[in-house]
Design a protein around this ligand. Sequence first.
Ligand SMILES: NC(=O)C1=CN([C@@H]2O[C@H](COP(=O)(O)OP(=O)(O)OC[C@H]3O[C@@H](n4cnc5c(N)ncnc54)[C@H](OP(=O)(O)O)[C@@H]3O)[C@@H](O)[C@H]2O)C=CC1
Ligand SMILES: Nc1c(N[C@@H]2O[C@H](COP(=O)(O)O)[C@@H](O)[C@H]2O)[nH]c(=O)[nH]c1=O
Length: 565
Amino acid sequence: MPPAHPPPCGVAPAAAATCPLFLLPRRSRSLRLRLRRLALPAPRAATHAHDAVLLRRAADAADRSAGLTSPHPNFGCVIARPQLETDNAEAWVVGEGFLYAQGTPCAELLAAQEAGEHARGATAYLNLEPGDCYGDSTAVSTLVQAGITRVVVGLRHPLKHLRGKAIQSLRNEGIQVDVVGEDLHSKLFKEALESCLIVNAPLLYRAAFRVPFSVLKYAMTADAEQKYPTMLYWKLAGKIAASSGHASWVSGKSSRGRVFELRGRSDAIIVGGNTVRLDDPRLTARHVKGHVPVRIVMSQSLNLPEEANLWNVHDAYTIVATQRGARRDLQKKLALKGVEVVEFDMLNPRDVMSYCYDRGYLSVLWECGGTLAASAISASVIHKVYAFLAPKIIGGVNAPTPVGELGMNQMTQAIDLIDVSYEQIDRDMLMSGFIQPIPDLSPVIPSVDEIPSVDPEVSPYETNIISFYKTWDTFGAFSNFSPHPIHMPDENGDYFTWPTVEHYYQAHKFIGVDDPQAREIVQEIKLAKSPEEAARIGRTRQREFQELVCLNVLVTSIFACYSRK
Ligand SMILES: NC(=O)C1=CN([C@@H]2O[C@H](COP(=O)(O)OP(=O)(O)OC[C@H]3O[C@@H](n4cnc5c(N)ncnc54)[C@H](OP(=O)(O)O)[C@@H]3O)[C@@H](O)[C@H]2O)C=CC1
Ligand SMILES: Nc1c(N[C@@H]2O[C@H](COP(=O)(O)O)[C@@H](O)[C@H]2O)[nH]c(=O)[nH]c1=O
């Protein structure tokens, strides 16, 4: 439900309208003043407490696209103006918006459209400084044109080439910009700031550590083991499967539904070879028709079955990461099924994460067993843990536990999770917490550092190679997903304004194919709300209707890029 629009602040309430001050005799000055106080009190000003509530609401709005589209920086905007009638900041909101996907209308535009005239003189709350990459300054120009007079920003943009730009542009336009921690100092902002950090944790981790944000998730029983047989000392030692390796299911249905949501928020899901052998998982976010993450199997031995659910790439794309030279026969068979096999000189979690970073992933979910989990934790690539605790006991000395050997022998060495939260999900308990704090906004990333070198021998400073995996990268304007429309012929040869090169590219997988199904898919892609959606439709339909795919796609895409520039 969109919020009701209260009257703009400063509009005289009914009492004043029925008794205009100029009608009062000059002598009754005290009455005049008293009435003025009653009728036209000074507009209520937002206090830090109000600002904090509204900033948090902007962060909550930013989170609303999660799971619907591929992970991207989350932007939310709340426009509010103090009302005389109420001190409740939530009731001051006149407009609200969030970025649905890269290339769709920005949060500021949606909020300003909803606020209409009420935006004039109001304050806009932004969880994250707008990133006006590719020269698109819609967010800033919208706020200026809407007549916003003050902007409260939760976080500056973490990428150096975007950081501070929008804030400066707004200030140049005479708008008061208050950045939390710089212009606004109060303990009251603690929670709001945390929400701003959490909603963009993937972007912040990626920017600071040059790896995707990694979440380890597991479901364990409430088993306990007697640590010292002579003493009555029991220690929780939850199992993630029975001794046989059977694991379906540890957690309840609602918890597993929550896991589907987590999958939808991730770019990739990682498991180890043993989990594939024992569970034959699907690893899809099948509860909603939303974002479909890539599935990654890490297997050194490549001793994997020839038939497995993960090799069905109609469901989702699969990558097998393995050791160089491992079972080339199976590699070929997997490639024929459409599975991508990537060889590493030394397969390990850190190199796989660097690889995911280079592919542009923001967020990765580890759904592996304890052996690989321990290896990933030891390599410091896990940032957050989701532990589902089920009220079940299975026993078994050899039943696997969530985290294998970490080489610690003193409890003082234990990793203390931070910002821990607990939630009951039906009969299960979900405990989540961070292993590494969300990086503050110190990361200032030299633009040249954002240029990965294809040849690891050549330093980024020496190479002329540029990359543009994400639209917000330094050279993001070159990305197919960059929100630059192109005017190019459609399936009938008529010129059509394609919202992005990605729309054009995906549609051309099916253009030129004389089949009603292919034509329907082209229409579907043309109407896609964002390049991400166009990509999702194109990729899914390509898997479903392989026989309809036209072979000229690559040439088309390159041609489209040139015509756009
Ligand atoms: N309840 C739950 O939440 C979950 C339970 N499980 C259960 O856990 C059990 C499997 O556990 P586990 O064997 O630990 O899990 P995994 O299979 O997820 O991880 C171990 C495997 O990962 C591969 N691997 C690749 N690189 C490395 C590396 N650097 N370090 C370690 N492993 C690497 C190896 O595959 P390879 O041998 O092919 O070379 C290795 O055997 C199953 O019973 C499964 O049902 C699994 C996931 C979640
Ligand atoms: N057993 C278990 C989990 N196991 C994880 O889920 C995978 C199966 O996914 P799918 O095939 O898509 O249903 C499995 O291989 C393992 O990674 N997860 C949970 O939330 N709760 C559970 O009890």
